[in-house]
Design a protein around this ligand. Structure first.
Ligand SMILES: Nc1ncnc2c1ncn2[C@@H]1O[C@H](COP(=O)(O)OP(=O)(O)O)[C@@H](O)[C@H]1O
Ligand SMILES: [Mg+2]
Length: 216
């Protein structure tokens, strides 16, 4: 494995997201039924289904343009909170990489930093409020600290995904402070956050594709 992420890998990753979110639709929807309105799986599957439809026309586009188009597809096809938030993540992430045809490891850090900044600006949530940020922010921190300590991309992505998985588990005892789950207050305790779960699935697929174990 070389320490770059190619455009072909980015496209495969997004295709795999569409496929996995389709198969995990019922699971994510079940998580959302416990503390929300039971549509997170449907939202993610529909949104990434639209992203997948755009990919064939993007073969000659830059990575930034692919991410931007994906973000716009998510925003325009998903009505729930997650559509605008994930859409903003991808659109803001695109500004970090722009016309690039491949990404260095630290580009991935910049991409995630920008994407997360967009989610924070749009949703005004912080770590500990039982949202997707409880997976995304520890994942970014682990990726960045591993790379800065000299780890290769593969090991850094393993640490990134492990941190996201720990982040998802950390949402279970939390009281939701943002989004629909916050209407439940204390009754949201004991349930895993759907958005943190989908974010972790998406990061896991990135790791698999970069390590060459993802379906192409
Ligand atoms: N303000 C916010 N900031 C970050 N993530 C949020 C915010 N509000 C909700 N979310 C995420 O969105 C997920 C719910 O998505 P979804 O069910 O698709 O939308 P909706 O809540 O509109 O039905 C939550 O599990 C949470 O992770
Ligand atoms: Mg919902």
């Amino acid at each position: 494995m070389s320490d770059v992420i190619t455009k072909a890998q980015v496209i495969t990753w997004l295709e795999n997201c569409a496929a996995l979110l389709e198969t995990q639709k019922a699971y994510l929807t079940e998580l959302d039924a416990a503390i929300g309105d039971g549509d997170h799986g449907l939202n993610m599957a529909r949104g990434f289904g639209k992203v997948k439809e755009k990919l064939p026309s993007m073969a000659d586009a830059s990575i930034g343009s692919i991410l931007n188009t994906s973000g716009m597809a998510l925003i325009s096809s998903v009505g729930g909170a997650s559509g605008p938030l994930y859409g903003t993540f991808f659109m803001r992430a695109s500004t970090a990489v722009q016309a690039r045809q491949e990404l260095e490891p630290m580009d991935l850090v910049k991409l995630m930093e920008q994407g997360i900044e967009g989610v924070v600006q749009r949703g005004r949530a912080e770590v500990g409020e039982k949202t997707m940020l409880d997976a995304l922010i520890p994942a970014l921190n682990a990726l960045k600290s591993q790379l800065e300590a000299g780890a290769g991309l593969s090991d850094a992505l393993d640490a990134c995904v492990a941190a996201a998985e720990a982040g998802v588990r950390s949402t279970i005892p939390l009281v939701a402070k943002k989004g629909r789950a916050s209407y439940l207050g204390e009754r949201s305790v004991g349930h895993q956050d759907p958005g943190a779960t989908s974010a972790t699935l998406i990061l896991g697929l990135l790791r698999d594709v970069v390590k060459g174990s993802g379906v192409s």
